[in-house]
Ligand binder design. Sequence first.
Ligand SMILES: Cc1cc2nc3c(=O)[nH]c(=O)nc-3n(C[C@H](O)[C@H](O)[C@H](O)COP(=O)(O)OP(=O)(O)OC[C@H]3O[C@@H](n4cnc5c(N)ncnc54)[C@H](O)[C@@H]3O)c2cc1C
Length: 357
Amino acid sequence: MDVVVVGGGPAGRALARACAARNLDTTLVDPNPERPWRATYAAWVDELPADAPVAVSTSRARAVTTAEHVIARGYAVLDNEWLRRLPGDVRVVAGRVVAHTGGTATLADGRVLTGRVVDATGTAGGRAAQTAVGVVVPAGSARPFVGADEALIMDWRKPPAATTADPTFLYAIPVSADEVLLEETSLARRPGLPLRELRLRLHARLARHGIPVPRDEERVRITLDGRARDGAFGAAAGWVHPATGYSVAAALRRAPVVADAIAEGRKVTRSAAERTVRTLRLRGMEALLALPPDDVPEFFNSFFKLSGSLQRDYLGGHDDLRGTARAMLRLFDSVSWGMRARLVFPVQSAKSAGTPG
Ligand SMILES: Cc1cc2nc3c(=O)[nH]c(=O)nc-3n(C[C@H](O)[C@H](O)[C@H](O)COP(=O)(O)OP(=O)(O)OC[C@H]3O[C@@H](n4cnc5c(N)ncnc54)[C@H](O)[C@@H]3O)c2cc1C
């Protein structure tokens, strides 16, 4: 059996590695397979498979909403070199696939590759996005924001400068033994909050503590409501969680399962549970988009007051219908009556997580 994985992002490469490990004759196609990755990929440690390539990890996380929450859960930054690595027996083809059927992939230059084709080309469509601007600073300078051995998942305290009412938070995680990534993040907005606003807010936070602004920055744009394609893999399959923008841990977990199915000649389709979980998660995102800006920290305060297992249920498995529904119901139950009303009957349809109008 030959396999053609279209797309050489973290998901496509995880699947190609898993297919090759099952002795499948594997080809990976990407327009620019050698282009270095600039993204910092992170995940909760307990969502990663045991062999996941962790570069740095912390034993706990913290969230600042209307109160402070310590989360007894490990958080990890993944090793991009490992995520990119492919075994020698995976054939890498530089090219853009312009059409594919289940058994052939046609490249822009006319070449045709045959084999079981899996679409791992990332998100398509969608307008709601998470955007962020980040910089890496020495760990010592980052201490006003994040302590040693912890990840600051979100800090909703307002930045010293802003030109719009859109709610944003600070995310701060160690990326090496002596460096920390500080990222100003807009969780969800339709369309995504412009990077210049995020940059202004981040720089204002740095200036308040006398931290010089590094020249390099990480720019994040993750489409949250892209089209989920049947039989696809990774972000292309709709695995980006609309509440976090995350999909890499899901791809790493699912790669061996999908590779087994391919090796056994089974079809890979989206289950009813997977479709429903995605619908519920997208509804959750729409409700969040409609909240007034000042309600957003309170909403997350209710979220982080849920038990650890409910939090995991909501953030985790993309096909865990029971867990997702249970967590969403408990969250709804735990917010104030006023917020419940605003979640159910948004006064106006909003474009940002918290921006009216
Ligand atoms: C800066 C940044 C930081 C992020 N941080 C995190 C994080 O911490 N944790 C997390 O889980 N997620 C994170 N994400 C979100 C998401 O998980 C990533 O976008 C991830 O890269 C998705 O992986 P993927 O392989 O499914 O798709 P992609 O990474 O988008 O890869 C798709 C690949 O397919 C190729 N391709 C597209 N079209 C074609 C075609 N026609 N023919 C051939 N190849 C094609 C593309 O060139 C690309 O290389 C982040 C995203 C960004 C941008």
